[in-house]
Design a protein around this ligand. Structure first.
Ligand SMILES: Cc1cc2nc3c(=O)[nH]c(=O)nc-3n(C[C@H](O)[C@H](O)[C@H](O)COP(=O)(O)OP(=O)(O)OC[C@H]3O[C@@H](n4cnc5c(N)ncnc54)[C@H](O)[C@@H]3O)c2cc1C
Length: 173
């Protein structure tokens, strides 16, 4: 989603871009969804709901509400504590869910674009400076030269005793 939103933002400034993504089954990253046929069971991979605190995001969510892509979740949300005790979270701020899962939100973002190319599934394994540009490569994939790179990568680092995870937003120009 961060990659697509970045690409949309570039498009508004007249810049063409390519989003490279590993998604085997579709777009969305951790806002991806799998549908199991024939019962049409819908499973979100990670994010099941989101809240809104930014006015620009609020406009986008209003648009998704109009299109019927999201709806407010009125049900209970809480945490299951050790021992099985369910602790409800406060009902405010409003929470939104994808009506057919989260992935259609990414598909909708892509459908709004005309200057964004998506290459998927694709694992960029190497980045190197090349003639004043950046060269991206993937095993078995032709190298691509680009002028700037914006990365939105979720990194898990495993230590023997604990798990640390953090976002690594990075802009290389
Ligand atoms: C289990 C879980 C539950 C969550 N629940 C919630 C929730 O209920 N509500 C909420 O608001 N948030 C939730 N989150 C957090 C939320 O899912 C993320 O903050 C959000 O989806 C991040 O979006 P993103 O676009 O920044 O990154 P991502 O969705 O991680 O997208 C990054 C994309 O880049 C791809 N990528 C990475 N490296 C490469 C590479 N070298 N080459 C090509 N592609 C690459 C990845 O495969 C991925 O598709 C949850 C997260 C997890 C893990």
């Amino acid at each position: 989603m961060a990659g697509l939103l970045c690409a949309l933002s570039l498009e508004k400034r007249g810049v063409k871009s390519t989003v490279f993504d590993t998604g085997m089954h579709g777009l969305g990253g951790r806002m991806g969804t799998r549908v199991i046929d024939p019962q049409q069971l819908i499973f979100d991979h990670a994010a099941q709901f989101f809240t809104v605190s930014d006015s620009r995001f609020s406009k986008l969510v209003d648009y998704w509400l109009e299109k019927g892509l999201v709806r407010e979740w009125q049900g209970l949300v809480g945490q299951l504590e050790l021992g099985g005790r369910f602790v409800p979270l406060p009902s405010s701020p409003p929470r939104f869910i994808g009506v057919n899962g989260m992935r259609p939100l990414a598909d909708s973002l892509l459908s709004e674009t005309s200057m964004v190319n998506v290459v998927r599934p694709c694992w960029i394994s190497k980045l190197e400076p090349f003639n004043g540009m950046w060269r991206l490569s993937e095993n078995g994939f032709n190298d691509v030269n680009v002028t700037s790179i914006c990365m939105s990568i979720y990194i898990f680092i495993y230590f023997p005793c604990c798990l640390v995870s953090f976002m690594n937003p990075l802009l290389l120009t």
